[in-house]
Design a protein around this ligand. Structure first.
Ligand code: SF4
Ligand code: SF4
Ligand code: SF4
Length: 279
């Protein structure tokens, strides 16, 4: 069983081609710029969101939160009032149930991407889901913050075609300040996955004046340059945007200009990257 925040049946932004995307609840990072902070925590059934729901779609039954999807008007009040960075709009699914959910999509999708939160926190579910997805001929991608040691999990790697890896900051102190966690494992993963042809994409969110963006783009592309001959690695350089970001960071951070973004693209190009996407 995994706690699932959302299933998107057709996505063109979660890896190559048209894909099903499954977003799991819970994350071990607490990024200040997180666009979906309600995916970080796990619901503790406190009930604080129940009386705030304007559609009466929430209730507590036997100490457990119940969400009536039919009544929900998707106003997001519950996730804004939740003191635990969680959401009552989650569901438990087995890997088989996810495959049943996406069965009608199979003729139209090329693969499945599992994201979060941090999906590797629910590793057993992930391995089982990918095994089932492969049996249906789907490609399988993980979207990860890089905190999981992929090198120690041959079983998962056997059913995973690639990892889209966040490289939020190359400098460890900057990474800790942003996420609350070290980036030591992230950088080890970058090299391990590149060596094994499983680094599908790296991503960096650019937050001007708050993060050492130039250093991150330069250092990570330099680190991965030796592996580009084997396989070009896509680099998605993402402009910070305010949408969904929690207070007070939404008031502190700013979006970079397109000129700033072009500067980072050039740094990556100079280190041999050809497949760079600015968004
Ligand atoms: S979603 Fe948040 S506010 Fe609602 S019951 Fe769970 S922990 Fe409490
Ligand atoms: S989004 Fe949350 S608060 Fe709004 S109607 Fe749905 S359950 Fe209720
Ligand atoms: S790793 Fe992703 S999901 Fe987790 S807190 Fe950071 S931005 Fe949010």
């Amino acid at each position: 069983m995994a706690i699932v925040n959302k299933i998107i049946h057709s996505s063109v932004v979660d890896g190559p081609g048209n894909r099903a995307a499954v977003f799991l609840q819970k994350c071990n990072f607490k990024c200040s710029y997180c666009h979906n902070p309600e995916t970080i925590g796990q619901c503790v059934q406190c009930g604080a969101c129940v009386e705030k729901c304007p559609a009466k779609a929430l209730s507590l039954k036997d100490g457990k939160i119940v969400w009536d999807e039919d009544k929900c008007c998707e106003c997001d009040t519950c996730i804004h009032v939740c003191p635990h960075m969680s959401s009552p709009r989650v569901k438990d699914y087995t890997a088989e149930q996810i495959m049943e959910q996406i069965a009608p999509d199979l003729p139209y999708i090329r693969g499945i991407t599992v994201s979060g939160g941090e999906c590797t926190l629910q590793r057993d579910f992930l391995a089982e889901l990918f095994l089932l997805a492969k049996q249906q001929g789907l490609s399988t991608l993980i979207d990860s913050n890089g905190s999981y040691d992929f090198s120690q999990d041959a079983e998962l790697m056997n059913v995973c075609d690639g990892v889209m890896l966040d490289v939020k900051a190359f400098d460890c102190d900057a990474h800790k300040k942003l996420t609350g966690m070290s980036n030591e494992q992230v950088l080890k993963n970058a090299v391990y996955l590149a060596e094994h042809g499983k680094l599908e994409e790296i991503r960096t969110v650019i937050v001007p004046d708050q993060l050492p963006n130039e250093d991150t783009v330069f250092q990570i592309t330099k680190l991965l340059k030796p592996y580009l001959d084997k396989k070009q690695i896509r680099y998605k350089i993402i402009a910070y945007r305010q949408f969904g970001v929690r207070s007070p960071y939404d008031q502190i951070f700013r979006t970079p200009s397109s000129n700033e973004m072009m500067k980072y693209k050039k740094i990556a190009e100079d280190n041999g990257f050809e497949n760079i996407i600015l968004i």
